[in-house]
Design a protein around this ligand. Sequence first.
Ligand code: ADP
Ligand code: MG
Length: 345
Amino acid sequence: MFDNKENTSLDKLGEFGLIDLITKSVEIKEPSTVKGIGDDAAVINHTDKRVLVSTDLLLEGIHFDLRYVPLKHLGYKAVQVNLSDIYAMNGIATQITFSIGLSSKFPLEAVEEIYAGAILACKKYHVDLIGGDTSASKQGLVISVTSLGHALAEDITYRNGAQEGDLICVSGDLGGAYVGLQLLEREKQIFLENPNIQPDLEGKDYIVERQLKPEARLDIVKLLQDIAVRPTAMIDISDGLASDILHICKQSNKGCKLYEDKIPIDQMTYDTAREFGLDPTVCALNGGEDYELLFTIKQADYDKIKGDVDITVIGHITAESEGHHLITKAGNMHQIKAQGWNAFG
Ligand code: ADP
Ligand code: MG
């Protein structure tokens, strides 16, 4: 993978040399960061706000495949998926810690790529990198990201707040990340069979980016604040629409009706899914990794969101006894089942 790059062995640098190198381009900008990298702990001051904390662990071979994920994208995505959890609470992320375990196959240049991606994500989302941990790993790459953020107590949106009659909304479009993954998997297979064939991803930028370089929806959190809509419940779509709406319903003790014809699916996602013989709706329901926000709002708030092209109403919350259903384009009713990704599957 690093054939054409310089290869600086990490042994020579040592842990502290490595930490110095990877953190030298880190800048502190957030007013709430009192102390960043360099002491035994970072110090944060969120004064009158509630503090939000979320953490993710990413293991090579389980959560990512370095045969098609560039390291810079990996660093970027590791940060994005974690920030997405803070936004899903209707909060603003302000700091992250970023920890890595490195096996001997990784030279310094690889670590620099990962951090370039992570730091780019931090800059773009106005988040300070305030610490982390560095270790050798026996096998493969390990990344763990922890995000911190804040919100006013009354603005925090939990999964359990959905009420009967609330509208179910989703940002952006769904299924793209999964179809992008199918494309990358196919090209990987072709490459494994014949390394001389270059990947053919021409014209598929959007869905490949949806998979490799997702963008957490800070813009939606800000928009909802601007138009004074406080969702009654919210979650980010990491496992797929089906699994994630069920999380909201279960925790809120409610049922739901989703309408297939309302689910936003990008044209390229749709066409490429078809090329693979996949049902685009199934990709949206079960694909996951879209990192869009799924939230419920009071019907009274409909007028405030109806003009926004980036928010789609896809159904409504019902009584729990009515179950969890998708109304298909043909008008049939299907029970929604969680087919989210299972790490132990
Ligand atoms: P400790 O021995 O207390 O764990 P370290 O030597 O691991 O301290 O870390 C020293 C400083 O460098 C701390 O502020 C820590 O948060 C930061 N740090 C260590 N590894 C990383 C990393 N991979 N990314 C960012 N900051 C790091
Ligand atoms: Mg340490």
